[in-house]
Write a new protein. Structure first.
Length: 121
């Protein structure tokens, strides 16, 4: 099963990025094999709509869940509408986050964790 983890780098040893819409990278990982794809976030520097566009990208990538530090209201609505589980409060490295997810160590988020425009420069 494929999940997306917001990442500060390009491998499973890098740290989780606390932002969803404006994270540096998305790591799309298969939770069973740990094979992964790195996607540079094309919305990192957009002036508006980063959360929505990033949410749409995750829907296109057909991920089952998004693991991140925080998610704003627009991204939350977009991901929810696509049927993607949203898990916030994730920190540490990517590999640890995947293992914790596989072991049901996270609770699915039921509301945005930050206000709009979190993480803007």
């Amino acid at each position: 099963m494929n999940v997306c983890i917001t990442a500060q780098g390009k491998d499973l040893d890098c740290m989780v990025d606390p932002r969803f819409g404006r994270c540096q990278y998305f790591i799309i990982a298969d939770t069973d094999s740990l094979e992964f794809e790195v996607v540079v976030n094309p919305n990192m520097d957009t002036t508006g709509g980063a959360g929505i566009q990033s949410g749409q990208l995750m829907a296109e990538k057909q991920v089952k869940a998004v693991l991140t530090g925080n998610v704003g209201p627009n991204a939350f609505q977009t991901l929810k509408a696509a049927g993607i589980e949203i898990i916030t409060g994730v920190s540490g490295n990517i590999k640890e986050a995947i293992e914790k997810y596989k072991n049901n160590g996270f609770k699915i988020t039921d509301s945005p964790s930050v206000d709009s425009h979190f993480g803007t420069k």
